[in-house]
Design a protein around this ligand. Structure first.
Ligand SMILES: [Zn+2]
Length: 394
């Protein structure tokens, strides 16, 4: 009977969302009791007991021994099993890829880094990543619940297609299915700045339950991930947040993307180094540039301050577009230190109406590890928790 089927489906969906709620609360609490979960979730004790029983049976939750609560009452402590709730993270940049096992709390368990010597559009690059990912899992004897990939270009989620900007313009790639069939695991792809934004939302010290958080990744290019109430804002195709190609000078230099005067032509690591290489005493890599900047080299300071100003204009535009509560800057700029961030802040304040500036909360990422790497765990678990029975059956 259709009505009964509908009723059963609703009950099943309700249990799925209750399980997701419980796992998310346990992620925030660490060690807790069943009674605490009941209070925080609003679910009756019997529902919590039934869910926790299933999670213990599946090895997702483990008991930690007795806890002493209010008025000396004793209860059994429980926590998520970080041996079981792990993902394989693959963080790809234009020059390297990192393989890592990351748990649901964003802790890194194993890590190895490989360099990429060819262009990303060369098919052999992703073949090698797949080979190394299989070997990595075997070598470390790990059984992750899923795989997440952070890539430098937009990921068009509806078409399962990734885009990379090449010398011939945007090139599209599809490889998720191939990875899934070889690794026998669900694979979730996301643009690196979206991964960073989710990493900051889940694991950052400025975690907010609701609102708008923008993560700006800096490195070869500049990109932004926007998370509103815990959800990535992808736009119609999944390509939102490409702020590196937002023009800040419509008469500026030509960019590979087709636009002119793109933000990243003025303030990416690549752009800063391009200027530094032209100095009378040329600087050839970012590490040396950081050293010279921190030592007060005036020519380098001038280049970095100019880039900070341009970056600040980009942040001001973000403030007008999204009115974020927090803007987190990740990537290589952190190495330049607070004087760089102060310069960016001054520019932002100069360029926007005070109402938009007062809550912007511009800060460097406070995470110990790269948010675009550990954020992969946030991306994978966020997707899997839409149907957590998958974790119970895994
Ligand atoms: Zn561009």
């Amino acid at each position: 009977m259709p009505t009964l089927q509908n009723g059963e489906k609703k009950l099943k969906d309700l249990r799925e969302s209750n399980i997701a709620l419980v796992i998310n609360l346990m992620r925030k609490f660490g060690i807790c009791s069943r009674a605490e979960l009941s209070k925080a979730s609003g679910l009756v004790q019997s529902t919590i007991t039934s869910i926790i029983d299933s999670l213990i049976k599946a090895g997702i939750v483990i008991e930690t021994g007795s806890l002493v609560g209010g008025r000396g009452r004793r209860s059994i402590g429980i926590r998520l099993n970080t041996e079981k709730l792990i993902v394989l993270g693959i963080r790809v940049t234009r020059s390297s890829y990192t393989l890592a096992i990351i748990d649901i709390f964003g802790e890194l368990k194993n890590l190895e880094k490989h360099s990429i010597t060819k262009d990303l559009e060369d098919p052999s690059v992703f073949e090698r990543i797949l080979e190394d990912a299989s070997t990595f899992l075997l070598k470390n004897d790990q059984k992750p619940v899923g795989v997440g990939m952070a890539l430098p270009g937009p990921y068009l989620i509806n078409e399962d297609t990734s885009l990379f900007l090449t010398n011939q313009g945007w090139k599209s790639f599809t490889f998720t299915k191939k990875f899934e069939s070889r690794l026998h695991l669900p694979v979730f792809v996301e643009q690196d700045s979206n991964v960073g934004a989710m990493g900051e939302w889940w694991f950052g010290n400025s975690e907010i339950g609701q609102g708008t958080k923008v993560f700006v990744s800096t490195g070869d290019g500049v990109g932004a991930g926007i998370v509103v109430d815990g959800k990535i804002q992808r736009g119609a195709l999944g390509a939102a947040g490409e702020i590196g190609h937002m023009s800040i000078n419509f008469e500026g230099p030509q960019c590979q993307c087709g636009n002119k005067g793109c933000l990243e032509l003025y303030c990416s690591e690549k752009a800063i180094l391009k200027a530094a290489k032209c100095l009378s005493k040329p600087i050839l890599n970012f590490e040396s540039l950081v050293t010279e900047y921190r030592a007060g080299n005036s020519a380098v300071t001038e280049i970095v301050n100019r880039a900070a100003e341009m970056f600040g204009i980009g942040i001001a535009n973000i403030a007008y577009l999204f009115n974020p509560g927090v803007v987190v800057v990740g990537g290589s700029y952190k190495k330049l230190g607070d004087s760089f961030l102060d310069q960016v802040n001054r520019t932002v304040r100069r360029h926007i109406y005070p109402l938009f500036y007062q809550n912007i909360g511009l800060q460097f990422s406070a995470l110990e590890h790269d948010s675009c790497l550990i954020g992969i765990a946030a991306v994978v678990f966020d997707r899997l928790l839409k149907k957590p029975s998958f974790l119970l059956d895994h």
